[in-house]
Design a protein around this ligand. Sequence first.
Ligand code: SF4
Length: 319
Amino acid sequence: MFDEKDLILEAKHVTRKFPASEGRVLLANDDINLKLYRGQTLGIVGESGCGKSTFMRMVVQLDKPTEGEILFMGKDLSKMKGEEMRKNRRHIQMVFQDPAAAFNPHMKVRDIICEPLMNFGLIKKSEKDAVARKYLEMVELPGDFADRYPHNMSGGQRQRIGIARAIALEPDIIMCDEATSALDVSVQRTIIELLVKLQKEKNIAMGFICHDMALISQFSHQVAVMYLGNIVEVIPGELVTSDAKHPYTVALLGAIFDLNMDFTKKIESIESEAPSPLDVPKGCPFQDRCEHCMDICKTEKPKLKEVAPNHEVACHLDF
Ligand code: SF4
């Protein structure tokens, strides 16, 4: 399923630290290793504050790793500067959770979609209307929406405009940051279907950051589970519900609400809060919430190891 010739982005030993008060250090990402392939979706899932957005900001070149490298078609993104970095941004676009917050409210949809193309000198002013209509059609909106302002549209329609703007530059990668979290469930589904359709048509690699395990495992080719800045499990999307191994992944699955849920049975869940990323414990980061915790977990941090093809788990348990 994952052909190395389709590898487009690779994070190698990426660590991001932030200085905090009293000389302390916030470890937002700790030795992250991930791969993204053309035409495939990498879902990154975890609770708020687990470091998934920090990782995404480095992929879209809004931030740089403290250590490690992120290779885009073999070139380290963190080494790029000035014009090279600006030009490269065209290849990696982002879809935000709240597109309205990213749009200029005084701009019409036509200008919102065409702004990146104008910035890169790819179209003339006279071509804007035709281009905006073309991308509106691609995201299944009527062409005359080009004349509207974003505040005259629903949340789902605004997200479609966000997607149209992202694909207008014909990127190789789209990073979606909780792109459907603010939408109604029925609208969520249509936006995911649209993203998957465009991904297939354009062979785009997609990174999808989300806290919803049920949603992300539906359409991701691989799912990376993050906990306190660490990747604790990487698993093919279609195997998440049947084969997940890490106690944290299992607990996230146990927390999914199901209409047929049997509340008389014990489910593996985590009710306590994750520790602060300023106080990551020595050993396994999940030890304080893990009911399987052993002595070794308190002293030795487990490394990701392969338990099946394309399936890695960072845990001292034998699987
Ligand atoms: Fe639990 Fe130990 Fe595995 Fe960590 S390494 S998840 S504490 S069993």
